[in-house]
Design a binder for this molecule. Structure first.
Ligand SMILES: NC(=O)c1ccc[n+]([C@@H]2O[C@H](COP(=O)([O-])OP(=O)(O)OC[C@H]3O[C@@H](n4cnc5c(N)ncnc54)[C@H](OP(=O)(O)O)[C@@H]3O)[C@@H](O)[C@H]2O)c1
Length: 332
């Protein structure tokens, strides 16, 4: 069986473009004892993958030039030399941008079937981004009913979970997003104040108007001006959940720090970064809570789906100009 893969052709300087990727073809071996042949159905493209395109030490090793990009994918078992898997099983892997692969069964996770929930939700609302939002908000943000939560990137995969879980936990939610359509969707999902940060004119004034008494929790997906605004409007003992700073991922020079960072001292703010894998132990609790909230109709989600392996680079690049509402996926 032949498989197609997307390889990193060169390391991007600034915003990634089509020229940084190329398609390769490999012949897959028959699966040996303990191995499984999987045909991918959905692949995830995620902002953190941009960090892996830099050749520098990090919490995950860098992608290598000429090697396929890795990341979450859902596929169907075609043939199995591992008794734990049979043809037709749906599995989650981290082997990423390829149409099919052979891997040890130990590298795969069999996916459950949940009525009313499409399988690809395990790459989004019920997958890594969902756990990121759920764990970051509950464990670092420690929301209490009546508090005000400000979330940037509110209509994205992580942000939309944060916004809705914060509502379920009794908070007032202010969210930003880059289009009016995304803001409308956030309002329909129950967000109290959705602000189009691109057209609002003055982000500080817009968030202040939405949260006149200040914010208790800032869930940061964006960094940059959003972070500065959140520091300015934080109430004493506010919590900053530092999840990501996508505004800086393509920067060619180090981004300037927030010029009001001194306020962290006087306001007794807590700022804590995290990586979702820190909270792997919450996976079961997360699935139980999210499953219940989804069944109750209290969590909604969107997907933006590109078709075909060759469109994976476009889908990935689109994350940096807000081409997605909810989870950005590639369907194979
Ligand atoms: N710490 C962790 O373990 C962890 C895990 C997963 C994700 N993350 C981080 O969480 C954040 C969200 O990830 P995601 O997977 O949910 O992606 P996403 O929000 O679904 O997609 C990225 C979104 O970011 C927004 N964006 C892009 N450039 C921007 C800019 N310069 N300023 C403001 N907004 C910008 C765009 O929406 P707009 O239209 O609103 O601009 C875009 O749709 C990222 O920072 C990511 O790195 C962290």
């Amino acid at each position: 069986m032949q498989a197609r893969e997307i390889l990193l052709k060169s390391r991007p300087e600034g915003t990634p473009a089509a020229q940084h990727f190329e398609t390769g073809t490999v012949t897959l071996p028959d699966p040996g004892a303990g191995d499984v042949l999987v045909r991918n159905i959905y692949m995830s493209v995620d902002p953190y993958m941009r960090g892996r395109m830099y050749d520098r030490p990090s919490y995950v090793p860098p992608f290598q030039i000429g090697e396929p990009l890795q990341g979450g994918a859902i596929g169907e078992v075609v043939a199995s030399g591992d008794p734990a898997f049979k043809p037709g099983d749906l599995v989650l892997s981290m082997l990423g941008w390829r149409t099919a692969f052979v891997a040890a069964g130990t590298a795969l996770q069999k996916l459950p079937s949940i009525p009313g929930v499409p399988t690809q939700a395990f790459l989004g609302v019920l997958g890594m981004p969902g756990l990121t939002g759920y764990a970051g908000l509950t464990q670092i943000g420690e929301p209490r009913p009546g508090e005000t939560v400000f979330v940037s990137g509110g209509a994205g995969a992580v942000g939309s979970v944060v916004a809705q879980v914060a509502k379920i936990l009794g908070c007032t939610v202010v969210a930003t997003a880059g289009t009016d359509e995304k803001c409308d969707w956030l309002r329909a999902a129950g967000v109290d104040h959705a602000i189009n940060y691109r057209t609002c004119g003055n982000l500080l004034a817009a968030v202040r108007e939405a949260a006149p008494k200040g914010i208790d929790i800032y869930f940061d997906n964006v960094g940059g001006e959003h972070l500065e605004v959140a520091i300015e409007l934080a109430r004493p003992f506010g919590r900053f959940v530092e999840c990501g700073m996508i505004a800086d991922y393509n920067a060619t020079e180090p981004a300037p720090g927030p010029k009001n960072i001194i306020l962290v001292v006087g306001k007794s703010l807590k700022m804590q970064g995290f990586i979702v894998t820190n909270y792997a132990h919450l996976q079961l609790q997360f699935l139980q809570d999210m499953g219940k909230w989804i069944a109750e109709g209290r969590i909604k989600w969107e997907e933006t789906i590109h078709e075909g392996l060759e469109n994976a680079p476009n889908a990935f690049i689109g994350l940096f100009s807000g081409q997605n509402t909810g989870k950005m996926l590639v369907k194979l």
